[in-house]
Design a protein around this ligand. Structure first.
Ligand code: EPU
Length: 429
């Protein structure tokens, strides 16, 4: 298994291109199952999750072609993928495939909407919590599907098609909202989704579905109204920039000090996180080219943070922010409200010298003067990258094991950091 070795203590200066968002690319790729025409997606990041989903989609009969390299393109400019589900040849998503990536469970909605049946393996637990799918199945039931759970599979049937209905989510769920949207676009009549997720990735999916011919109002608000149509067609859509990658590099610059332009980043996608960085003493400005992040000698101040659904502070930046706060002046309280078990980075940050005390869903992070390098590992993607951020500011060498977590969600991480002056290298294991 590959490792990443970081020699800490270097400032970051320069520019980092921000890739297309993983969490938008995945549902957009899944939406290709809704039509027999071609859905062309541009700015798709080169990530192992994207490759894994491609394999899952081809099992259902989706043809894929990737546009060849053009002048001016590099391994870091997003790729363009054309997906065509002329026929769905298999309505079953087996355990072996779904267990590698939770988001693949979402194929249940378009396959059910188009074929009247779908059988998808239940995804099981994951490192950050139990992550059930009850609300996704509730949404499909509201639209008239019959659901059975059998031998670890969710089997959904709607032989006479889905029917529009009111879906009220008792808590905000991104995957639930994606699922409800993809099922409702081909249902007969009107669906109202209440307490819908307002995440930018939901808005991006709705924008793409609208280009495909869907009738959707209110995406980006907590009430989405969908008027079903008989069929959808092909479309061309560019994936929006990754707000979590943006926030991660912003925190890396805040941690090491320096001056970096995050090219193509959009402040409106992560305003709450940027506001917190400003409170911590970091300079953040929006420019035509992206977001510029600077810290030149001013100290980092401790700031309290609570994760929340969008537009609140994202859970996917909680670990990275905790890494930053390990070197702030004072004590920061970080509360995780979305997932019940998303503090696995705490033990590993402690190995680098961080002082963190856990109390239920709250971490008390007492800033220390210095971190020192150590071998570390993490069990999920965002926790892994928080160790990269800490390693960049630690004295000496930090080796991060299980790099495959990083490859799931960060395109060209070493190259992007190295070009800004970081000492980062991948060691093949
Ligand atoms: N929940 C339920 N029942 C359900 C669905 C969700 O109780 O049927 C709970 C979850 O257990 C959690 C909360 O509702 O406590 C919110 O979960 P949500 O459904 O919003 O999460 P998700 O759709 O499974 C996506 C992202 C996650 C991100 C969350 C929250 C993708 C592929 N994944 O997951 O991203 O943390 O939304 O914003 O979009 C990551 O990229 O590292 C990642 C984990």
């Amino acid at each position: 298994m590959d490792k990443i070795r970081i020699t800490g203590g270097q400032r970051l200066d320069g520019a980092i291109p921000i890739s297309g968002a993983k969490n938008a690319a995945l549902p957009l790729m899944i939406a290709s199952l809704l039509t027999d025409e071609t859905l062309t997606l541009a700015n798709v990041p080169r990530l192992s999750d994207v490759s894994a989903l491609s394999r899952i989609l081809s099992n259902h009969g989706v043809d894929r072609s990737i546009a060849g390299k053009r002048i001016g393109q590099s391994a870091e400019t997003g790729q363009t993928i054309a997906l065509t589900a002329r026929q769905i040849v298999d309505t079953c998503a087996p355990y072996e495939l779904v267990s590698t990536m939770r988001a693949s469970f979402w194929v249940i909605a378009p396959i059910l909407a188009r074929m009247g049946e779908a059988k998808v393996s239940l995804p099981g637990g994951c490192a950050i919590g139990t992550r059930p799918v009850d609300l996704l199945l509730m949404a499909l039931e509201r639209l008239g599907a019959e659901i059975e759970i059998e031998n670890g599979y969710a089997i959904a049937r709607a032989p006479r098609g889905l029917k529009g209905a009111e879906i009220v989510f008792p808590k905000v769920t991104v995957g639930g909202t994606h699922t409800a949207l993809m099922a409702a676009v081909l249902a007969q009549g009107t669906t109202v989704i209440e307490n819908a997720a307002r995440e930018p990735e939901v808005t991006d999916l709705a924008a793409c579905l609208t280009k495909m011919g869907a009738k959707i109002e209110g995406a980006g608000t907590s009430r989405i109204v969908v008027t079903g149509v008989a069929r959808l067609g092909g479309a061309h859509h560019a994936v929006l920039p990754d707000r979590i990658e943006t926030g991660t590099y912003a925190m890396a610059v805040a941690m090491t000090g320096g001056d970096v332009l995050l090219e193509g980043a959009r402040a409106d996608l992560l305003q709450s996180a940027l506001d917190v960085l400003v409170k911590a003493g970091v300079e953040v400005s929006s420019t035509k080219e992206g977001i510029r992040v600077r810290r030149n000698g001013q100290p980092l101040e401790a700031v309290d943070v609570e994760t929340d659904p969008f537009p609140g502070f994202p859970t996917d930046l909680q670990a990275q922010f905790m890494a930053l706060m390990t070197k702030a002046r004072g004590t920061s309280r970080i509360r995780e409200t979305i997932f019940e078990n998303r503090f696995m980075h705490v033990q590993e940050l402690a190995r680098l010298g961080a002082k963190i005390r856990l109390e239920g869903d709250c971490a008390h992070v007492e800033g220390v003067a210095k971190l020192t390098g150590a071998p570390v590992m993490a069990t999920d993607l965002r926790a892994s990258v928080s160790l990269v951020i800490a390693g960049l500011a630690a004295e000496g060498e930090t080796t991060i094991n299980r790099v495959y977590h990083l490859d799931r969600g960060f395109e060209a991480l070493e190259a992007k950091l190295t070009r800004c002056g970081a000492l980062v290298e991948r060691l093949s294991g």
